[in-house]
Design a protein around this ligand. Structure first.
Ligand SMILES: Nc1nc2c(ncn2[C@@H]2O[C@H](COP(=O)(O)OP(=O)(O)OP(=O)(O)O)[C@@H](O)[C@H]2O)c(=O)[nH]1
Ligand SMILES: [Mg+2]
Length: 268
């Protein structure tokens, strides 16, 4: 009985060895162009799979639109307006609000809209928690208080933009210059110019601590292009500035003025 089994195995071994030999011999007889064709097709398939995984894989998992900004900028009211269209009395947030937002487009895209607390002591932990899932950052600014808050706004923006995860994923950035219903507020253009100036100054003071060769230390990356004044166009992500009013021009009962932001979210 045992002998038959070992004989069978020997025959099998012999035949598989024989198969490989004939395969190699056949390949030797093949036209080299045919073999090159096979290798090229295999390489194309592998490269396509890797690229698809890189572009689609990372984008599809990043599905969150984060509302960030200083305290009182209007993030929670904007959150309520985007989701329900209604005005809502708000209090300073101590935790995130999160809900599914259906974009106003034919594709029927939906994003997880997350409103993060703006308080200085809470901000870092919430940014840390959600930054990797961000498809877009809506950075909300109180345009009426901008002059007074410019330094704090720039510092928060700087910490976000030099974060290595944010820089790598490069989520779209929209700076929503809110509270445009208030008289004498700063325009989006002025806010952009002042922020570029302020970020340029911050970069000089902060980059003195960046020493490693790739320009990163403690998870921070260099902001913009070295040797040139900072401009938002130098960032790895798409950046847009827009004006809006979560309260609206007709008071609490009227509609908000957030069409530009809604259009932006529809194209995301
Ligand atoms: N006039 C005016 N007031 C606004 C506007 N948006 C928000 N507000 C008011 O600003 C105050 C702060 O709004 P919130 O939405 O609570 O601000 P927040 O950014 O969520 O603040 P934190 O939760 O502390 O980070 C509230 O009294 C809002 O009614 C706006 O477009 N115009
Ligand atoms: Mg809030």
């Amino acid at each position: 009985m045992d002998e038959t089994v070992s004989l069978d195995l020997a025959v099998e071994d012999f035949s598989s060895e024989h198969d490989i030999k004939t395969l190699i011999e056949e390949m030797n007889y093949q036209d080299p162009a045919f073999l090159i064709g096979i290798f090229v097709s295999l390489a194309v398939v592998i490269i396509t799979i890797v690229l698809l995984k890189y572009f689609l894989g990372s984008k599809t998992t990043r599905n969150a639109v984060l509302l960030v900004g200083l305290c009182d900028a209007g993030k929670t009211l904007l959150f309520s307006r985007l989701l329900l269209g209604r005005f809502k009395r708000t209090q300073t947030s101590i935790a995130e609000n999160s809900a599914i937002y259906k974009a106003k487009n034919e594709r029927g895209s939906s994003w997880t809209l997350v409103d993060l607390p703006g308080h200085e002591s809470l901000r870092p932990q919430y940014v840390e928690k959600f930054k990797a899932s961000a498809r877009a950052l809506v950075f909300v600014v109180d345009s009426a208080l901008f002059q007074k808050e410019v330094r704090d706004v720039a510092e928060f923006l700087y910490s976000l933009l030099t974060d290595s995860v944010v820089a790598k994923n490069a989520p779209s950035l929209v700076v929503a210059c809110n509270k445009q219903d208030i008289r004498m507020t700063k325009s989006a253009k002025l806010i952009q110019q002042q922020l570029e100036k302020e970020l340029n100054t911050l970069r000089v003071t902060r980059s003195a601590t960046l020493t490693s060769q790739d320009g990163s230390v403690g998870g921070a990356v260099y902001l913009g292009k070295k040797g040139r004044d900072f401009e938002f166009s130098q960032l790895p992500m798409k950046v847009e500035f827009m004006e809006c009013s979560a309260r609206g021009h007709q008071g609490d009962e009227g509609d908000a003025d957030i069409e530009a932001l809604e259009k932006y979210l529809a194209k995301l």
